[in-house]
Design a binder for this molecule. Structure first.
Ligand SMILES: NC(=O)c1ccc[n+]([C@@H]2O[C@H](COP(=O)([O-])OP(=O)(O)OC[C@H]3O[C@@H](n4cnc5c(N)ncnc54)[C@H](O)[C@@H]3O)[C@@H](O)[C@H]2O)c1
Length: 251
């Protein structure tokens, strides 16, 4: 049976969907006719974001990705409205502390949100993705920091969390492949979002100068790469890291 014959429509759950890259993914997905669930720890921003989306059937869910039960409820409720075929795991935080100074609580918080939060997200969506067959696709937000050790935005703890996600992506790619569900990573370099709004002009210039293209990425450019990996036409790309960073690192 082809994807078309299965009659399943695209339905994408996006963590961190109330801001930046996640929000841009939500807008692109809604514009191409998908149902979207915006799952974010910020309830008012999630509700505001959903209100801006084209089309119908979208939901805003206030949930913290570190809460496995809340993530399962979010995935189940969204899927009950017409399935769940895609996941974009974009919720994440940076830590600018040096590894020499960071305390264990801050380090654990970064790993909890950036790594365990992604595992909670994919495992919550898992049973629904298995029913999506070839439409099933997961995209995890990594970072160039995993390859540079930090230094652009987040420092070593952030780099560690994003490097851990490469293993997580490959593990899920293996587990879900027998069901034709794909799992990949998009690893952005510095991108124009609220996460980078905190940079002062000197840091922004320094970071732009590290890109061969001499600039930060736009969130639309990251979201386009994510949409490419979500599309069922790319049915044999799995377990991969797609770098979108202006040539800061070549992977
Ligand atoms: N912006 C960049 O330069 C850049 C570069 C490389 C990678 N990334 C990655 O891309 C992803 C999105 O980044 P962004 O720039 O759009 O960030 P952003 O700060 O604009 O948005 C992040 C969203 O995640 C939500 N969030 C944070 N903690 C959460 C939690 N515990 N549970 C649920 N939601 C939570 C926030 O409320 C926010 O809406 C992140 O994983 C980030 O590490 C960003």
């Amino acid at each position: 049976m082809t994807d078309h014959e299965s009659g399943t429509a695209e339905a994408v759950l996006i963590t961190g969907g109330a801001s930046g890259i996640g929000l841009t993914c939500a807008r692109q997905a809604a514009a191409r006719g998908a149902r979207v669930a915006i799952v974010d720890v910020n309830p008012s921003a999630a509700a505001d974001a959903v209100a801006t989306l084209d089309g119908e059937g979208h939901v805003a869910v206030a949930a913290d990705v570190t809460d496995a039960g809340a993530m399962r409820r979010a995935a189940d409720e969204f899927a009950a409205g017409g399935g769940l075929t895609g996941v974009v795991a974009a919720a994440g935080i940076v830590s600018r502390s040096a590894l020499l100074d960071i305390d264990a609580a801050e380090f654990r918080r970064v790993l909890d949100i950036n790594v365990i939060g992604v595992q909670n997200t994919i495992s919550a969506a898992g049973p629904h993705l298995l029913r999506a067959g070839r439409l099933g696709s997961v995209v995890v937000l990594g970072s160039a920091a995993a390859f540079t050790g930090g230094g652009l935005m987040g420092n070593g703890a952030y780099a560690t969390s994003k490097a851990a996600l490469i293993g997580l992506v490959r593990g899920y790619a293996r587990e879900l492949a027998p069901h034709q569900v794909r799992v990949n990573m998009v690893a952005p370099g510095a991108t124009e979002t609220p996460m980078t709004d905190v940079l002062n002009d000197a840091d922004r210039e320094r970071i732009a100068g590290m890109s061969l293209l001499g600039r930060l990425s736009k969130p639309e450019e990251i979201a386009s790469a994510i949409a490419f990996l979500l599309a069922p036409g790319n049915g044999t790309i799995t377990g991969q890291v797609l770098h979108v960073n202006g040539g800061v690192v070549f992977g």
